[in-house]
Design a protein around this ligand. Structure first.
Ligand code: OGA
Ligand code: NI
Length: 365
């Protein structure tokens, strides 16, 4: 999580959505009501294709025979090119650990507001409890409570924000993050292979990778048709690992061919998506796809999201191997720390943050 912005930020009144439900369960304050074009029903999700996002079996990549390996690498390439998203099964992270992180996350969100407020996400910052990416008094708000922490390397941690309750929170997050980090490194190896690159390409390029976690809690909403759980955005990471709470409602949607496609949770699978960094490095071959979350009338939803990104001092740009006459260079070179800062100091707005990296093409006459 990038440095704290230095400009003053006025965000106005931000109601805590869990508290709102307690006080006035049927009212939606104006600040949460989206403009017509942004509302969940404005694009026909009901018409979404029956095929879900691709599924990748990690054990086939790690232990499969030659044919299984080859097939799964091709599946991975297609998933990253056409969907930017896949669900990984047989990923090797213990079920126990998935359950434990879910439990501490849920227990944290269920604490009294006073307790959670001891770890506030201050306006303009991205760690702690609250709503991130709010930069003005009239910006619409997401129907969501967030709790975000920088994890690796240690200098991005803010130890004051690691909660005392629930008691097992910190230890569980440490163990979970260690395993998710290994998973990211492993997946990036296969992503490199699927591009015809040497397996260690990303590991060597990234330095000591930055890892952050964001837990999102979406309470039920009396009018899911009027609000968004999380505004449309692409992730600034290289890879994102998203765990959906057991029994949670379907809420994550990805934009494919102009249609919002819901991600149907598969028990114990993890949702992986390509972030902006990989899109830039592959010169657009692998896509950082826009996604959002919607809410549900009766059910709540929890997601635990890990962002894995290069070290801030790394300079990035499209890899020469992936640029040629047919695929001319689309992005400039930039410092990843600056990109991160740009990302966290702008509101979530589709793929807009990527304009930071785009080379402006000259229209030929
Ligand atoms: C995110 C994200 C979606 C979800 O946190 O970046 O896309 O389903 N979350 O919570
Ligand atoms: Ni996201």
């Amino acid at each position: 999580m990038a440095p704290v912005p230095t400009f003053p930020v006025k965000v106005g009144q931000i109601d805590d959505v869990q508290e709102l439900r307690k006080v006035e369960p049927s009212t939606i304050p104006e600040r949460f009501v989206r403009d017509l074009t942004e509302r969940p029903s404005s694009l026909a999700t009901a018409l979404s294709p029956p095929a879900g996002i691709p599924i990748i079996n990690l054990s086939k990549l790690m232990k499969g025979n030659h044919d299984e390996f080859h097939n799964e690498i091709l599946n991975l390439a297609t998933a990253c090119e056409e969907w930017g998203f896949f669900q990984v099964i047989d990923h090797g992270i213990e079920l126990n650990l998935l359950e434990n992180i879910e439990k501490v996350a849920k227990d944290f969100f269920m604490l009294p507001l006073e307790e959670k407020k001891k770890y506030p996400m201050l306006p303009g910052t991205v760690q702690g409890y609250g709503q991130a990416f709010v930069f003005s008094e009239n910006q619409k708000l997401d129907w969501c409570n967030m709790f975000a922490l920088g994890v690796e390397p240690h200098f991005i941690r803010n130890p004051k924000l690691w909660p005392a309750k629930p008691a097992e929170f910190s230890e569980t997050l440490e163990t979970y993050s260690r395993d998710v980090r290994k998973l990211c490194q492993c997946l990036l190896k296969y992503v490199a292979i699927s591009l015809g690159l040497k397996a260690e390409t990303f590991e060597e390029m990234f330095g000591v990778a930055v890892q952050a976690v964001r837990m999102n809690y979406y309470p039920p909403c009396p009018r899911p048709d009027l609000v968004l759980g999380l505004s449309p955005h692409s992730d600034g990471s290289a890879l994102t690992v998203l765990q959906q709470g057991k029994g949670s409602s379907v809420g994550l949607q990805i934009l494919k061919n102009n249609t919002w496609v819901p991600v149907q949770p598969i028990p114990n699978a993890l949702v992986i998506n390509v972030g902006d960094t990989i899109e830039v490095l592959t010169n657009g071959r692998y896509k950082s796809v826009e996604h959002r979350a919607v809410t549900h009338k009766e059910k709540d939803r929890l997601s635990i999201v890990t962002f894995y990104a290069p070290s801030y001092e790394v300079e990035l740009g499209p890899m020469p191997e992936l640029v040629n006459e047919n695929n001319p260079c689309k992005y400039r070179r930039y410092n990843h720390g600056e990109y991160s800062k740009h990302y966290v100091t702008n509101k979530l707005q589709g793929k807009k943050t990527m304009e930071f990296a785009k080379i402006q093409t000259q229209n030929s006459t």
